[in-house]
Design a protein around this ligand. Structure first.
Ligand code: BES
Ligand code: MN
Ligand code: ZN
Length: 505
């Protein structure tokens, strides 16, 4: 079985950077050559981009004529070399396409997959990919090298492991590579948590993982159990978690940057943490329920982001709130028609017990507004089937009440390849949330626009804060094992949030 600490500390290659290819090759001990690989990108002028091969005493023109490597982004041509003759046994030529960050991402993913299980892998890429391409490449190699954890009686894990060591050749590339590895590893932490089966992963288990993370990453941590949730009035978390044998939790994690002063801005990140979503009394059909162990992906992303803040030297305060509950079926489950009192007192008429995400988020958002004075407030949630139907895995809808915040998140996502798509917070549908019996009703039946009405509901709890909402219901899960994704949870949103935070200084 993968131990919990393996999920929080995913297996990745040991990465380093060296200036010259000659040095990188000379450092490979002859007995390691059998397992060593040289990776060289192939651009449109193949022979020119293969010039590094002269370091192995090979003629680039001859290699091109013999192997006809493709420059199409991600196309892999493997050139085996005679045993004992060179410091590496294989050259992996990978097409770098048009040289855009997107192409480098595709190429990196192909290399991550092609070099799994290898010993030492030298990437002759640092000075070629440039300042936008290199992080894209490194992140993709790390992500694509990873395979999903397995819970097998014989302890076996998925066949291939990432290459043992990766050496990137490039000038001044160390910080860029190091940060890219940290961001990608954070995404793998989010994935591992979301992959974990729900008979292991309940709210208390997630809170324990948060404590472990906090210890390792220098974060302050506060956990509300069901008693303190009741004491403090978190009626939404208690309602949704009421039907579960494993009660709800709220986790707060705080990153305090070195040298913070009273005026240092604070970002609050809120994650939906439904450790399993049966739909509650309005139970999901069988097909719709399969995969709902990943319904805590938002909280996994928030936890993983907080875990990486120190290593990335994030200069703003960051507070993470994980809204954790299991939406289960039981005599104590909340019911349609119930009136729930949220943190801060707003009352809500329950319209559908399967719309549980917005109920737990409302408590956390109201708490953030009332207690944390956030400069920016961002929530991440596998919130609506409607988001998935509209955009699939192409992009995640982003809703925001502040254009600059929305644009900054969209830009961060463009740079990491996590596409966000702006959607309207249209007041046209606001009245559909009016209730006859409470302050609000929590779904807006009959009007359509399910992702929009969910966002409008959340907006009711953010006060006057600058706020954005990422609906990752579509992008949070992949049904194919391809590119940077493994089949299952993706950890979508982790890197874009980290990029956004890193750039605030
Ligand atoms: N967790 C689901 C949303 C979801 C669906 C995530 C598919 C990933 C894949 C959410 O809790 C839900 O059930 N939403 C309902 C809300 C509806 C009852 C108003 C939905 O979108 O159908
Ligand atoms: Mn649901
Ligand atoms: Zn859900």
């Amino acid at each position: 079985m993968p131990r919990d600490d393996a999920i929080l500390d995913p297996r990745t290659s040991a990465w380093s950077v060296t200036t010259g290819l000659e040095d990188a090759l000379a450092a490979i001990p002859p007995r390691s050559a059998e397992d060593a690989v040289l990776v060289v990108p192939v651009g449109e002028d193949a022979a020119a981009t293969l010039a590094p091969l002269t370091a192995l005493g090979l003629d680039a023109d001859l290699v091109v004529a013999t192997h006809e490597p493709s420059s199409t982004a991600g196309a892999v041509t493997t050139v085996p070399l005679a045993p004992g003759a060179h410091p590496v046994r294989r050259i992996v030529l990978v097409g770098s396409g048009d040289g855009s960050p997107r192409a480098w991402r595709t190429a990196g993913a192909a290399v991550g997959r092609a070099t799994r299980g290898r010993g030492r892998v030298v990437h002759a890429v640092g000075d070629v990919a440039g300042s936008d391409g290199l992080p894209a490449w490194v992140e993709s190699v790390v992500l694509a090298s990873w395979t999903t954890p397995r819970w097998r009686s014989d302890g076996a894990q998925a066949g291939a492991v990432p290459a043992r060591e990766v050496v990137v050749t490039g000038t001044d590339a160390s910080a860029a590579v190091e940060h890219a590895v940290v961001r990608a590893r954070a995404q793998l932490v989010a994935r591992g948590l979301a992959h974990t089966p729900s008979n292991t992963k309940n709210p208390a288990w997630m809170a324990r993982q948060a404590r472990v993370v906090a210890r390792g990453a220098g974060l302050d941590v506060t956990v509300w159990d069901e008693r303190s949730l009741r004491r403090d009035g978190f009626g939404g978390l208690l309602a949704v978690g009421g039907g579960s044998a494993t009660p709800p939790r709220l986790v707060r994690l705080d990153h305090e940057p070195v040298g913070a002063t009273a005026t240092t801005p604070r970002v609050v990140l809120v994650g939906k943490g439904i450790t399993f979503d049966t739909g509650g009394l309005q139970v999901k059909p069988a097909d719709g329920m399969l995969g709902m162990k990943t319904d805590m992906s938002g909280s996994a992303v928030v936890l993983a982001v907080l875990a990486a803040c120190r290593a990335l030297d994030v200069r703003v305060r960051v507070t993470g709130l994980l809204a954790l509950a299991e939406n289960a079926v039981d005599g104590a489950s909340y019911r349609p028609g119930d009136v729930v009192t949220h943190y801060g007192g707003t009352t809500v008429e329950i319209g559908n017990t399967d719309a549980e995400g917005r109920i737990v988020l409302a408590d956390a958002l109201a708490y953030a507004d009332a207690e944390l004075d956030p400069t920016w407030l961002v929530d991440v949630a596998t919130l609506t089937g409607a988001a998935r139907i509209a955009l699939g895995r192409v992009a995640a809808p982003v809703f925001a009440n502040d254009d600059a915040l929305r644009d900054a998140l969209v830009d961060a996502g463009t740079s990491t390849g996590e596409t966000l798509w702006p959607m309207p917070l249209s007041d046209t549908y606001r009245r559909a949330l009016d209730s006859d019996v409470a302050d609000l009703t929590h779904i807006a039946p009959g009007v359509g626009g399910g992702a929009v009405t969910a966002a409008l509901f959340l907006r009711e709890f953010v006060g006057a804060r600058r706020w954005a909402h990422l609906d990752i219901a579509g992008t949070g899960r992949s049904d194919v094992d391809a590119g940077t994704d493994a089949k299952g949870a993706t950890g979508f949103g982790t890197r874009l949030l980290l990029r956004w935070l890193e750039e605030m200084r």
